[in-house]
Each structure stands twice: as C-alpha cells, then as structure tokens.
Design a protein around this ligand. Structure first.
Ligand SMILES: Nc1ncnc2c1ncn2[C@@H]1O[C@H](COP(=O)(O)OP(=O)(O)OP(=O)(O)O)[C@@H](O)[C@H]1O
Ligand SMILES: [Mg+2]
Length: 314
C-alpha cells in the first residue's frame, strides 16, 4: 500500500533523509519511531505530496507521488504536526471546506462530513468555532479532515504530542479504531505509543532506518539493560558508589545530586545485592527505581548491538 524506495531529501547541503526504503502492507498500522530531527516529518511530507524528494520513489496504493500526484493524494489522508485549522470557522464548516478541496459534491459531501465528525466523536461540537476547542478536540478535527475523502492510507505525524494524558488515551483509542479500516503510518518519539497502537515499528535515526520489528519484540530486546537509581538517606553518594561499585554485575555507578545511578550487566538483576549492601551498612534505602531509557539510549543500543542481527535477518 505504501512503497518507498531509495528516498533521499536534501535541505541545501544537509541530507535529512538518506535512501530510505520500506514497504507497508494494506491494513497495517506502522509506527515511525525516531528522535527529534530523525526525518519523520520530511518522509511524511514527501509521501503526502507536499514536497518532492531529491532521489528515490514513493507510491501510495500504486500511484507514484511525483508522477501521479492527484491520484496519490486522493488516497492518502494527512494529519500534519500542526494542522492548519481555520479558527474562525466552525468544525463543520472547516471539514466541509476540506472536503470541497477534494472535489466532493453535495449531497454526498454533507453526509460524509456528518459521518466523519461522528466517527471522531465531534458531531456534538459541529457548530462550535474551532478557536473554542481544546487541543485534543482540535486533533480530532484534524483527524476528521484527514479522513473525510475516505483515503486508504492515513499518515499521522506525532498525533498525540501536546495532549494531556486523558486526551492521549482517548486519541490513541481513536487511532486504534481507525486503524482497523485503514493503512496507517504514525510517527512518534514515544516507545509506549507504538507498543499500544502499532503492528510494526520502523525506527528512524539520522535519516536512516536503523531497525524494524514488532513492538513487543522491540521492548523485549530493550529490557536486558539494567539501569536504576538509588537514593539513600544517611550516606554520601561517594560512599554509596564505593560500596555498590564493588558488587558483582555492577558495571558503573555515577553520583547524582540526590543519590547514585547504577548500570549493571545485561540479564543480571543486581538490585537485591545493591539493596542488601546498603541495608548491611545500616543506611536508609529511600528509593530503588528503574530508569527509563531515553530514545537516544535506545537508538544507541539498537544501532550498536542489534543492527547486525537485523541486517543478517535481512
Ligand atoms: N525546511 C527545512 N530546512 C532546513 N532543514 C530542515 C527543514 N526541515 C527539516 N530540516 C532538518 O531536517 C532534519 C529532519 O527533520 P524532520 O522535521 O523531518 O525530523 P523529525 O523526525 O520530524 O523531527 P521532530 O521529531 O523534531 O518532528 C532535521 O535535522 C531538521 O533540522
Ligand atoms: Mg517532525
């Protein structure tokens, strides 16, 4: 449904994406996971016909985005990073306006606007001004305008960014719903988001795809590394570091303002030994908490340990 081959884009001399190739099957919900500046938006703008690539090809439902732009655009709905919503329009007027841009005619158009607003849970706000909506509601309207022309493919660029936790949950549920009937490419820099929503994840870093996996397999791979924080009531970080640093399996201990961070060998849980050592010193153990990996650390891990495996697997 989406086929990308050797896609490369330069901004001036800067190569933002570097011969990207991937394929997304009809009905798949695929996560595009990468840190800031990885090239997610650039790729999505090419796929949705907003920008030409310098090299390579991209097709949507068999239509080349460069050679058959109208056919390709008709089959893709796009929720950009920031949706250009017209604040002085009502929700209904805005979605109707977008539908007109796709040459939809009445009475089909009006019915379709109602239908899509119902689908995204905004039908009861159809007559509200866009300026009066919360961020979460605006994202729903953004999704409605992406869906209104009944595209096969949906491209969603960081759709939950800036929403509060409740809105994030609701919007993810909506994406899951929509994903049952569409092929979806969704970008994010949140690992848990792809776990919840996606069938497959493409990991992009510095304009290249560095790994591809099922989200559960990806999480399993990353769980091997143990990093945790230890906070002790009545000892100095240097003293703690000295005691913990000598334990088997502990690779490194770094002092922080309010405790220490411990890095231990993969597949060796050193937490019980660390706790015992602290209690044995009659210090108060206030906190022993796993530290989440930052995306940068995840990429480092994937690109240094697993890239080879991935390439071997082909
Ligand atoms: N219009 C532009 N002119 C020059 N450089 C750009 C332009 N747009 C993007 N870039 C650069 O290209 C690279 C990729 O940007 P892109 O916006 O595709 O990344 P992204 O993965 O979407 O990042 P983010 O998570 O921050 O949205 C970045 O280094 C960015 O600074
Ligand atoms: Mg972006």
């Amino acid at each position: 449904m989406i086929q990308v081959e050797g896609l490369t884009k330069y901004y001036g001399n800067f190569k933002a994406i570097d011969s990207l190739s991937f394929y997304i099957d009809a009905g798949e919900v695929v996560g595009f996971l990468g840190p800031n500046g990885a090239g997610k938006t650039t790729t999505m703008r090419i796929l949705t016909g907003f920008m030409p690539p310098n090299e390579g090809t991209a097709t949507i439902a068999g239509y080349d985005v460069l050679d058959q732009p109208l056919e390709a655009r008709q089959r893709v709905g796009y929720l950009p990073e920031s949706v250009p919503l017209y604040k002085e329009m009502t929700v209904w007027q805005y979605v109707d306006y977008v539908a007109k841009l796709y040459n939809m005619r009445n009475p089909i158009r009006a019915n379709r606007v109602d239908e899509v607003l119902d689908q995204v849970g905004m039908i009861d706000r159809a007559d509200s001004l866009i300026s009066s909506l919360s961020k979460g509601m605006r994202q729903r309207v953004g999704l409605a305008q992406a869906l209104v022309h009944e595209p096969d493919v949906l491209v969603l660029d960081e759709p939950t960014i800036g929403l509060d936790p409740g809105q994030v949950r609701e919007f993810r549920e909506l994406i899951q719903q929509v994903g049952k009937e569409h092929t979806v490419l969704l970008s994010t820099h949140i690992l848990s988001e792809v776990e919840q929503v996606c069938d497959r994840v493409l990991i992009i870093h510095n304009g290249q795809i560095v790994a591809e996996d099922r989200p559960d397999a990806l999480s399993a791979r990353l769980q091997g590394s143990h990093r945790f924080k230890v906070k002790v009531g009545n000892a100095k970080p240097e003293a703690i570091a000295e005691v913990i640093g000598g334990l088997p399996g502990v690779i490194n201990v770094t002092s922080t303002d309010d405790g220490v961070e411990v890095l231990s060998e993969e597949e060796q849980d050193t937490r019980p030994a660390v706790a015992a050592a602290i209690v044995g010193k009659k210090w108060d153990l206030l906190e022993l908490r796993p530290l989440d990996m930052s995306l940068e650390e995840i990429f480092l891990e994937l690109t240094t340990n697993d890239r080879q495996t991935y390439e071997e697997e082909g």
